[in-house]
Write a protein that binds this ligand. Sequence first.
Ligand SMILES: *Cc1c(COP(=O)(O)O)cnc(C)c1O
Length: 479
Amino acid sequence: MDSTSQQRFPDDARRVAESLAEYIDQSARRQAPVIRQQTMEQLIEQLKLERHLREGDLADETLQQFVEDYLQTTTRLHHPGFLAHQAAVPHTTGALGSLIDGATNNAMAIYEMGPGASSIEYFMINWMLRQVGWQGVPVGQQLDPDSPHAGGVLTHGGSLANLTALLAARSARVPEFWKRGNPGNLVVLVPEQSHYSIKRAVAILGLGEENCLTLPADENGRVDPNGMERQIEQLQADGRRIMAIAANACGTAAGLYDPLPAIARICRDHGIWLHVDAAHGGGALASPKLRHYLNGIELADSVVWDAHKMMCTPTVCAAILVRDHRHLDHAFEQEASYLLHAKDQPGFDFISRTVECTKAGLGLRLFMTLAAMGERGLAAHVEGLVERAGQAARLIAGRDRFEVAITPETNILCFRIEGNDSRQLEIRRRLLERGDFYISSTLYRGRRWLRLVFMNPLTTLGDVESLLEEILQIDSTLD
Ligand SMILES: *Cc1c(COP(=O)(O)O)cnc(C)c1O
């Protein structure tokens, strides 16, 4: 880096921070559309990407102008009309964590490349393990490869964490797979409502997508434990080996929690690896009021929990947690002699637990977010979002022509207006064009629903009322 950009850094950072503060405030006040999609060509042109790249002129006013232009192209998560996806409205202190991580670039997969970042990750992993109901790891024992304590690592998203969890399951249940390949009779059982990353992970792991079988479900799409037990017995009688069973806590589409205690008991009885995908719903672990939805999670073998969903942490920051750390430590049985060797050092190398080699210090953004909110602040945040979804469900269910799919258990709410599936999609498309609201849609129980995810604490029931009104307006212009 040239020395002038270093000298300019405090001024540049101040300019950027001021633009961001203005942007957040403007978004929160609904003074700009929550979403506005122009074409890529338009944006590349508007942002003068060619010129800046050629001139290398991103400094002073030009930098500020670029940042302001860029902010105009964003989807505004701070806008109360942001109700579409499970991405956190990031805590500004956590965002500073991302900035510090970017500026220091401590690629902390090995301890010597970021002792503070590693220690913070270790500390936060322990905090998460305790929320799951597992023992946190004392430092001395963390370094003892033979002790059976829990363990985990922060990784770049829940999808990668799900892949890592199933890899740990494979290493634990089919240890010969790594060297010899697929024995041919393996299956993984997943909920009807499982996130697509699970099925994808099964395929990536070389089991074959066809061997990712769907668990029986009740009428709401939750795993049905009795049906599951019969399915297991049938598969075993057919000579299939069940490598793992996945359960949702909660599912992505409608946000329902699977009955973990019953599922876990059956997995225990049959010696089957239980993976709980709590990428979204793990946030409820932070709330004494909501934690009951996750009862039984402590019986799982592996858990995935995203901090960048319910926990206000800037994207990305996901945890893969295992009840016995050795399964994660043995999941990647590979030699990289320049990195993975016995060392006399005061800390721990996370590298043997992850797909990544260079790994960002994700713990910093998580720690700084939670340390700014405090544990009680986090609990209140999660409870507030879930409560709002419940209130909105009652409001919508009470309206003519609207139907709610199911009473929400988390901050996700599916509903629809009279009419067929394509009408729901058309309404969503037009809503996004208007730019007051940004909502998603999902297939659930064979039908298309409009889907609200309450991520922004500023979203009020008044916003939901306005949304319904806008939907009715749009609806009246159709057919
Ligand atoms: C969001 C989600 C994922 C994927 O996590 P990413 O961090 O988006 O990769 C996996 N499972 C569930 C249940 C989710 O809600």
